[in-house]
Design a protein around this ligand. Structure first.
Ligand SMILES: CC(C)(COP(=O)(O)OP(=O)(O)OC[C@H]1O[C@@H](n2cnc3c(N)ncnc32)[C@H](O)[C@@H]1OP(=O)(O)O)[C@@H](O)C(=O)NCCC(=O)NCCS
Length: 156
């Protein structure tokens, strides 16, 4: 897939996966400008768990990530609602960790709003909480939520 088709695939998942209440979804323009930067990448997976698929509409999930020397940060992870609880999120996180290591990372990080049920997935993949930013997120009704930072040291 070329860059435009990848963006279509990613945005198809983005629009289906995020509840607007949490204000976590990115716009197409935000994703495009982020991916235009060096060291930012996306990982896409389809409904069959394949990373090398060709049809944007069959995308089931994505990860958006940004790296600096020795580290990579997961910016977003999402799986379409009708594709959840089948291991696709786990598959994406494993691909993220192994490709981050291949690209030179020793540690990977992510940040989530306090209470996101995705915490169970992160912990099961070896991420541990290392910090908290108070009142970092604000929902559509003005409720504030802490951000919790998780880290995972990649095996040598
Ligand atoms: C988080 C998310 C990517 C998980 O995708 P997924 O494909 O369902 O993940 P998996 O099938 O690999 O699930 C892995 C484990 O985490 C649990 N889990 C994942 N998401 C869960 C949720 N929303 N509620 C409860 N449990 C959840 C699963 O039950 C599973 O555990 P189990 O195997 O012991 O049952 C998906 O729920 C999602 O897109 N959520 C909305 C976007 C979001 O909040 N992203 C995180 C912030 S960027």
């Amino acid at each position: 897939m070329n860059a435009d088709a990848r963006l279509d695939a990613l945005m198809g998942v983005m629009e289906a996966a995020f509840d607007p209440y949490w204000r976590e979804a990115w716009t197409r323009a935000q994703v495009a400008s982020s991916l235009a930067l060096p060291h930012t990448r996306s990982i896409l997976v389809d409904v069959n768990g394949r990373f090398d698929f060709r049809t944007p509409s069959t995308a089931a999930g994505f990860i958006l990530a940004r790296r600096v020397p020795g580290e990579e940060e997961l910016l977003l992870i999402a799986v379409k609602p009708d594709c959840r609880k089948k291991g696709i999120g786990t598959l994406l996180l494993r691909e993220f960790a192994s490709s981050a290591k291949h690209l030179g990372a020793e540690q990977v990080f992510l940040e989530m709003r306090d209470g996101n049920p995705a915490e169970r997935l992160y912990r099961s993949e070896g991420f541990e909480p290392i910090g908290r930013r108070r009142d970092y997120y604000r929902t559509t009704d003005g409720t504030t939520l802490d951000a919790v930072t998780f880290a995972k040291t990649l095996p040598v």
